[in-house]
Ligand binder design. Structure first.
Ligand code: HAM
Length: 436
């Protein structure tokens, strides 16, 4: 016997609602969530970009950063049959920039310089320790605005992130923001932080001692209690920001105040990817437990030069769909659990034939309609109707057919009435609209 053929650790299936299981894993919930995300960003002028789910390993190594957890321990790397080094994408930003460089025209051309507002939605892969809200294959919805440099455009991105949550029906979302300044600010701060923490490195966790050399900034977001104590007397990033970087951040928060957008300044928010500068942010939810970050993003740079192109300003974020679906499933009791509105049963061959045009009319009215096709007696047909979760069953026998009508049964109340064929589709549409 070989290994059991089950799904790989850290993955999950998204299932038809009739299969039961955990509500957040039901496909109708995912479909309506995805539709809401697409609709919201469409109204902000964003267009979809689809890139391969695998890319050259070096794209992520150099773009996300060698010192990041993603590159150092979480990537799904593999060699293909021609020994190319490839990686299942751990995030969407690098693929988006690579696609723009490859398809966006010659450097210097108007096409290359045009502002791009892009969104993507799809699976990402990280070899993390699985737990609630953390998976090895997960789904991100992300946006990238390329060619916009202003602090006002940073605010635009925050507005979009919050509007997405509102339109999707996510309650109690909190915004945390911080600034990572520019590259020179970060270098000054990193060396001061390193110097300071070196003197007390014995107090730090093993992970933070490792980070002290590689990227001391990441120590700031450590949750280890010893690290937190050591950080209390450490230098503060705020004191190392240039006047220009501080002013940029002050203007950002001023506009947020003006727009009545509430936020918390979190000086420990540094993000786990190396490409950020200036604004960084996360959206969190009290409904998520330990993995409370629903979305993360900010302004970033350096990725175009990595691909040997003139640098362009860019800002964006990624949101985890699993975490959104979990919140929605908790807060919404009205999850659809049926795959059919009208199940049509014909008793006898001519009755059954008469149902085909009627089912088409129902679908034209926007109803989900199925004609019963299987052998067997009426109880069996009704059982199949029930399994689809149909709201109505339309039943036609020879005598109804002669009269040009059908018996229409509302499955929940068990009420039944006769209705002329030509009125059925419209009548059912208005009946359905009135159902609670
Ligand atoms: P990130 O913070 O690594 O950012 O991921 C964004 C979101 O993806 C997280 O807030 C979380 O909801 C979700 N997520 C990440 N890892 C997992 C996991 N293992 N299981 C479930 N959900 C997860 C980025 O990926 C950046 N590319 C975002 C960005 C776009 N920045 C600028 N543009």
């Amino acid at each position: 016997m070989g290994e059991p053929l089950v799904r790989p650790k850290g993955t999950f299936d998204i299932l038809p609602s009739s299969w039961g299981g955990e509500p957040w894993k039901r496909s109708p919930l995912w479909q309506s969530l995805e539709q809401s995300l697409r609709d919201t960003v469409k109204n902000w002028g964003y267009e979809e970009l689809r890139t391969p789910i695998f890319e050259a390993t070096s794209l992520f190594q150099r773009g996300v950063g060698e010192s990041s957890d993603i590159v150092s321990k979480e990537m799904y790397n593999f060699l293909d049959r021609a020994d190319r080094r490839l990686t299942l994408r751990p995030e969407g930003t690098l693929g988006a920039i690579r696609a723009l460089v490859e398809n966006g025209g010659q450097p210097g051309s108007p096409q290359y310089r045009a502002v791009q507002r892009l969104f993507y939605l799809g699976p990402m892969f990280r070899y993390e320790r699985p737990q609630a809200g953390r998976y090895r294959q997960f789904h991100q919805f992300g946006i990238e605005a390329i060619g916009l440099a202003s602090w006002q455009s940073d605010v635009e991105i925050l507005q979009i992130a919050l509007e997405i949550c509102k339109n999707a029906g996510l309650p109690d979302i909190q915004l945390q923001i911080n600034t990572l300044g520019d590259a020179a600010d970060r270098e000054r701060f990193k060396s001061a932080l390193r110097k300071d923490l070196m003197t007390r490195s014995h107090q730090l966790s093993e992970e933070s001692r490792r980070r002290l050399q590689l990227n001391p900034l990441r120590i700031l977001d450590s949750k280890d209690p010893d690290d937190r104590v050591a950080l209390q007397s450490a230098p503060r990033f705020e004191d190392f920001l240039s006047a220009e970087s501080s002013l940029r951040f002050a203007k950002t928060t001023e506009l947020l105040d003006h727009l009545d957008i509430s936020y918390t300044r979190n000086a420990s928010l540094v993000r786990g990817l190396d490409y950020y500068s200036h604004l960084v942010f996360e959206l969190t939810s009290p409904d998520l437990g330990a993995q409370s970050s629903l979305a993360g993003g900010g302004r970033y740079g350096g990725l175009f030069s990595l691909l040997n192109r003139p640098e362009r300003p860019a800002v964006g974020f990624g949101m985890g769909l699993e975490r959104m679906a979990q919140i929605l499933a908790k807060s919404r009791a009205d999850l659809p659990i049926s795959s059919c509105d009208v199940y049509l049963i014909g008793i006898g061959p001519s009755a059954q034939r008469a149902l085909y045009p009627l089912s088409r009319e129902c679908r034209e009215q926007g109803l989900r309609a199925l004609v019963h096709t299987e052998e067997g007696k009426l109880p069996k047909a009704l059982q199949l109707a029930n399994e689809t979760g149909a709201h109505f069953v339309v039943l036609v026998g020879e005598s109804e057919l002669q009269k040009g009508e059908a018996s229409v049964k509302h499955m929940r109340s068990r009420s039944e009435r006769n209705c002329p064929f030509r009125q059925i589709a419209q009548q059912l549409r208005s009946d359905l609209a009135e159902l609670p």
